[in-house]
Design a protein around this ligand. Sequence first.
Ligand SMILES: Nc1nc2c(ncn2[C@@H]2O[C@H](COP(=O)(O)OP(=O)(O)OP(=O)(O)O)[C@@H](O)[C@H]2O)c(=O)[nH]1
Ligand SMILES: [Mg+2]
Length: 327
Amino acid sequence: MLPGRRGGPALDVPSLVARARTWDPRAVGRLISMVENAGPELREVAAALAPHTGRAQVIGLTGPPGVGKSTTTTALVRSLRARDRRVGVLAVDPSSPFSGGALLGDRVRMQAHSGDRDVYIRSMATRGRLGGLAPATPQALRVLDAAGCDIVLVETVGGGQSELEIASLADTTLVLMAPGMGDGIQAAKAGILEVADIFVVNKADREGADQTVGDLRAMLSLGGRHAEPGAWRPPIIKTVASQEGDSGIDEVLDRLDEHRAWLASSGEGHRRRTDHVRREIEAIAIAGLRERLGNVHWSATLSSLAASVVAGETNPYRAADDLLGAL
Ligand SMILES: Nc1nc2c(ncn2[C@@H]2O[C@H](COP(=O)(O)OP(=O)(O)OP(=O)(O)O)[C@@H](O)[C@H]2O)c(=O)[nH]1
Ligand SMILES: [Mg+2]
């Protein structure tokens, strides 16, 4: 049993999952905290969620700092609510809280979304990692999935590893650009072009949006995975996320629906998910190995093997085999 927070009733993991499945935001929040803290309940939570997952569509948003990811997320939530979809938002960059529009906030305020009970918003701590996603992100997604989200939007700051990481957990990856970032496109590693399923040229109210669209088109025409037969051709959509009404956001949603249908009909959706989980299992296993590597017994064994190699009694490969054998 877990002690109830703020004097609430004590709840065990199965009860929390049952409550989360009725879309109780406090239960959802507690479960996400549990996976985020990687506490003793982590495995039990993962096991309890497993039968209830696989339904939500996971959308990753990435792009250079300030391009309008949070504003676009806000606008997407608004349109999704208008289409009566239940939405979860994970913002994986606590240094950049939501500032635009109605989605304000810190970890507490985010849960309210001006009283709209069908939106759940949460920021994830990156635990001191530079960029990149919080390791608990896949589990947090499962909590939201099990809780009945139709769609989960994951915002992460672009640059470095994170656009590759976002593509390794999203069904569909949106890459945002803005006018005047042409150099940024050039500078971006081929990675950003490879991971994009949909390009959004935001801030289309500014000069140079057509130029940016043209630059992207030119770059896409150079080949890559999108050029293969039967491949998905990433559309390029101009948006003004900061504006209500005719902002291009509804077109983004239409394309998201199309991409979802393509993922299903081509088999790519299943292939992607399997690939993502493969990596996740591998990461968990490697973290487990690291943990064992860190224990005293291990380092004593390592020291004595190192001494044997130095003394010419054995070689490093043989020593490494012995070390792994000792696990
Ligand atoms: N003119 C214009 N400004 C926009 C548009 N979309 C967003 N902005 C503004 O651009 C600024 C940055 O927007 P954010 O949504 O915070 O950008 P972000 O990509 O989330 O930023 P980081 O999370 O810090 O990387 C804000 O001042 C927004 O109001 C747009 O379509 N047109
Ligand atoms: Mg942001």
